[in-house]
Design a protein around this ligand. Structure first.
Ligand code: ZN
Length: 110
């Protein structure tokens, strides 16, 4: 079983679809809340908003006001570090779209 222990490190190198098959360790799930408080996340979040030109990918509204644009995880990360930190899994959404459509979608899926 020595191979299993190394899996989480190796997951980050795998394509999303493959990584999704392996469930993240549920006992460690709450740890991801802390990721949102890191300087790394603030940096990545800003990078996504700039990359998407502060334009909501769902409704197309351009929103420059602070706190009104959200760097949203396209595929819910559920504590999976590979998904959480993947730029390709992030999109800019306005608060309205994030709070309505996206939340409903998440609930329906899980
Ligand atoms: Zn929107």
């Amino acid at each position: 079983m020595g191979r299993l222990k190394r899996l989480p490190e190796r997951l980050s190198a795998l394509p999303d679809r493959v990584a999704r098959v392996v469930e993240p360790d549920r006992t460690e799930r709450p740890a991801y809340h802390a990721w949102y408080k890191t300087a790394e996340w603030q940096k990545l979040r800003w990078k996504i908003l700039v990359r998407d030109r502060f334009t909501c990918r769902l409704c197309g509204v351009v929103e420059g006001r602070k706190g009104q644009q959200i760097a949203d995880h396209i595929q819910p990360h559920r504590g999976d570090a590979a998904l959480f930190w993947d730029e390709n899994n992030l999109q800019c959404l306005c608060k309205t779209c994030h709070d309505s459509a996206k939340q409903r979608e998440d609930k329906a899926r899980w």
